[in-house]
Design a protein around this ligand. Structure first.
Ligand SMILES: *Cc1c(COP(=O)(O)O)cnc(C)c1O
Length: 411
């Protein structure tokens, strides 16, 4: 009997927005392999391998490197609700939409949230953050590395030493930046970092890699003893537990650790995806992947500028993998996006908050950080711009990008 619904058959799309992007076909294939039970020794091996691979991606020796099941926000929430207790002070420097998200989640955890702000399109100088650390004396500094809402990449290298000096734990949301921009968890002194698959890692949304320093693990485990006064055995007095169960990192670490204490059912297919994303990145080499993102981001930037468009924000601090392009006077930004999608199957991004209606966001990340994806997008954008009343120089976008690539002409 028919259901009235067709089998899923989405149209082919080239996703050139700020994420999600097209998943690497190898990641999609990894997701389709057979399930095994979560206490199968084979699954234990896969989890161990996944942890080892993400230590390489995050550049850390942290044993506490695991996955939180859920999109990137699940990783953010797990980190903040596990590190913070009600009344703890947290400092959140906000330079875009995701800084507001960190502050919002920390507030829900009952923390006393202190924010500092910088104009969208700029990043913080270390002195600004140091002044705030001195004034607030937070338990945690929580900051975004790459904020796709503004395309800015906040330098983090100097912040670890400042956090040590002022006794704060250092947490960063590296979802949008890791794999496409330099990131050094241990060398930069981070205590916690969380990510997602759907940006430079080339996977689908739905798994949040996280890594915790030994100091962060101590805080998380110490907190549980204080809160519960008891261990995590099945027969404990449930009424004495507070906060989240699903996002309790102490429990998640016990589940991933040698004791293998039951928590949630592992989202096996997402674990396969996350493992394959990291495996591909490590096989390519992290530096090579960062260079690939730099190169394709630079080609896209050169191309759109040659079409007469202006880039938004301080380009010295732009993420490699996404740019914000000012919508020219007299051009309807939404109708350009609609035409690109309808006529060419290409998606580019809109924008939020103060940038709403002012810029498009164009990504070159993960599987789509490729010259063919960049050139196709530039060809299509030129044609749609011309139809929308702009006057881009014919062929200028692809020519500029090709020059940057130094592509040899095909006879
Ligand atoms: C894209 C992005 C996310 C995405 O969060 P989801 O829960 O996966 O939607 C989180 N943080 C930053 C900085 C991002 O750019």
């Amino acid at each position: 009997m028919g259901t009235g619904y067709e089998q899923l058959n989405p149209p082919p799309r080239l996703l050139m927005g700020p994420g999600p992007i097209n998943a690497d076909p190898r990641v999609l294939r990894a997701m389709s392999v057979g399930l095994v039970g979560q206490f199968d020794p084979v699954m234990a091996d896969y989890m161990h391998e996944t942890s080892q691979l993400y230590r390489q991606v995050f550049r850390t020796a942290n044993e506490a490197t695991v996955l939180v099941d859920g999109t990137s926000r699940a990783g953010i929430e797990a980190a903040l609700v596990s590190l913070l207790e009600p009344g703890d002070r947290v400092l959140v420097p906000v330079f875009g939409r995701f800084g507001h998200l960190l502050a919002e989640i920390a507030g829900r955890a009952g923390a006393e949230v202190h924010t500092i702000h910088t104009e969208w399109g700029t990043v913080f100088a270390p002195e600004q953050i140091e002044d705030a650390l001195r004034a607030v004396r937070p338990k945690v500094l929580a900051i975004v590395q790459g904020d796709t809402s503004t395309t800015m990449c906040q330098p983090l290298a100097d912040l670890g030493a400042l956090c040590r000096e002022y006794g704060a734990l250092f947490y960063a949301d590296i979802t949008a930046s890791v794999g496409g921009n330099a990131f050094e968890m241990d060398a930069w002194g981070l205590d916690a970092a969380t990510a997602g698959l759907q940006k430079c890692l080339g996977g689908p949304p739905g798994s949040a890699p996280i890594s915790l320093s030994p100091a962060a693990v101590d805080v998380i485990r110490g907190r549980r003893h204080v809160e519960a006064g008891i261990r995590e055995d099945e027969d404990l007095d449930a009424g004495r537990r507070i906060g989240s169960n699903y996002f309790d990192l102490a429990m998640i670490l016990d589940y991933w650790g040698p004791r293998r204490l039951n928590h949630h059912t592992e989202a096996a297919s997402m674990l396969y995806a996350a493992r394959e994303c990291a495996r591909l990145l490590v096989a390519e080499g992290i530096e090579a992947a960062v260079e690939r993102h730099r190169r394709h981001g630079a080609a896209m930037a050169a191309g759109v500028q040659a079409l007469g468009l202006r880039l938004f924000g301080n380009q010295e601090h732009r993420m490699h993998n996404v740019l914000a392009v000012e919508i020219p006077e007299g051009v309807d930004g939404e109708s350009v996006r609609r035409a690109l999608l309808h006529d060419y199957g290409i998606e580019i991004g809109t924008s939020f908050g103060p940038l709403h209606g002012r810029v498009w966001r164009i990504g070159t990340m993960g599987y789509n950080a490729r010259h063919d994806a960049v050139l196709l997008t530039l060809v299509a954008l030129e044609e749609v711009l011309r139809r929308s009343g702009a006057t881009p120089a014919a062929g200028a976008g692809v020519t500029a990008a090709r020059e940057l690539y130094d592509l040899v002409a095909v006879a």
